[in-house]
Design a protein around this ligand. Structure first.
Ligand code: SAM
Length: 334
């Protein structure tokens, strides 16, 4: 049967092909720049998409809407029971998909092999420090050893390239940037620094306190020679640099000080089945209700297409009228 693919195109001509799906809003760490020590009011279980619903939406995305890449995230996707099965079924509906996971790697040592066998291509692991005390200060948990074991298991299972994402916090781990890069290069992981964004549940973010890309370059420049990597950046958020002439690279994702919204090819689905056309969107479009009220695949696809039309030109963090989204990063899916 002939199927017409309708691209997820917005009013500015950008086409979303990269789908980020949050599988849960729950997390087993409490990173200070993300959520409070006591956690958050988690979504009720019956509001979270079931495995079948997640796979159906992936299928609609791939078959009808031109989705080429799926990244599972959260909250912490490894705490979702059924993750391996979701990955396996996603691979079945999208044999050509680029399929990855953003994770804190707690417990990854146990599941990396199974995830790889199920069809996962690679992982992005979030790690802001390789010092045990700093890790505990930031995440409020003494689990650095688990993360390091998870990373090694991912590498051994071929979930490569293993990317490590780090957020620098002033006076907490910003001085450790060169040490983190030296460690990542030694381990063969691709490190990327991400500017802290106004997406914390506590609304504590301040522009004055955030560590900027400029400062990151300054810090790294004291110990490394960084030259722009030749490969074109395309829609990738990270600006890549060769470390001491390469082949190792380091990335900087300057979402706040050098926004790349004009090249954005991403769309997000929250764990409760809402389309978000931007991390900073203030509106969502409900696909869960449509799924549960008998809508056809084509009707759901049409809703999704309409949801993309409202995507704004940019995140607008610099606009005086900027308002932080109601949902924090952990609920949207980072
Ligand atoms: N639990 C998974 C993990 O740790 O990778 C996936 C979800 S987590 C919200 C995804 C990423 O968002 C992590 O790399 C985390 O450091 C980052 N993050 C959380 N809050 C952020 C903020 N306010 N600004 C920038 N990055 C943030």
């Amino acid at each position: 049967m002939h199927v017409t693919v309708t691209p997820l195109q917005d009013r500015y001509g950008r086409v979303a092909t990269d789908l980020r799906i949050s599988l849960t809003d729950r997390c087993n760490l409490r990173c200070s720049y993300c959520m409070p020590a006591e956690g958050l009011d988690w979504l009720p279980t019956d509001e979270v998409l079931t495995d079948d619903e997640v796979v159906r939406l992936v299928d609609i995305g791939v078959r009808l809407l031109g989705v080429e890449e799926v990244r599972f995230t959260g909250g912490e996707p490894l705490v979702r029971r059924g993750l391996v099965d979701i990955v396996r079924r996603t691979r079945e509906v999208g044999p050509g998909l680029e399929l990855s996971l953003t994770t804190n790697a707690l417990g990854l040592a146990r599941t990396a092999e199974a995830l790889s066998d199920a069809g996962l291509d690679r992982v992005n692991v979030s790690l802001d420090t390789v010092r045990r005390e700093t890790f505990e200060t930031i995440t409020r948990r003494d689990r650095l050893h688990d993360v390091l074991a998870g990373l090694a298991a991912a590498r051994d299972a071929g979930l490569t390239p293993v990317k490590v994402n780090a957020v620098l916090l002033r006076d907490i781990n910003d001085g450790e940037a060169p040490e983190l890069l030296r460690w990542a290069v030694g381990e063969g992981y691709q490190l990327r620094f991400i500017e802290q964004m106004p997406l914390d549940a506590q609304h504590d973010w301040s522009r004055a306190a955030m560590v900027t890309a400029e400062e990151i370059f300054e810090r790294l420049g004291t110990q490394f020679d960084l030259t722009p990597a030749a490969e074109p950046r395309g829609s990738a958020p990270a600006e890549l640099f060769l470390v001491d002439g390469g082949p190792a690279t380091v990335g900087v994702i300057a979402s706040v000080t050098r926004p790349f919204c004009g090249d954005c090819d991403r769309v997000r689905l929250t764990a409760d089945g809402q389309v978000r056309n931007c991390l900073f969107a203030r509106e969502e479009s409900d696909l869960r209700t449509a799924l549960r009220s008998g809508a056809t695949d084509e009707e759901i696809a049409q809703r999704w297409v309409v949801a993309m039309r409202g995507k704004r030109a940019g995140h607008g963090i610099d606009d005086p009228s900027f308002l932080q989204p109601d949902r924090p990063m952990s609920a949207i899916g980072g």
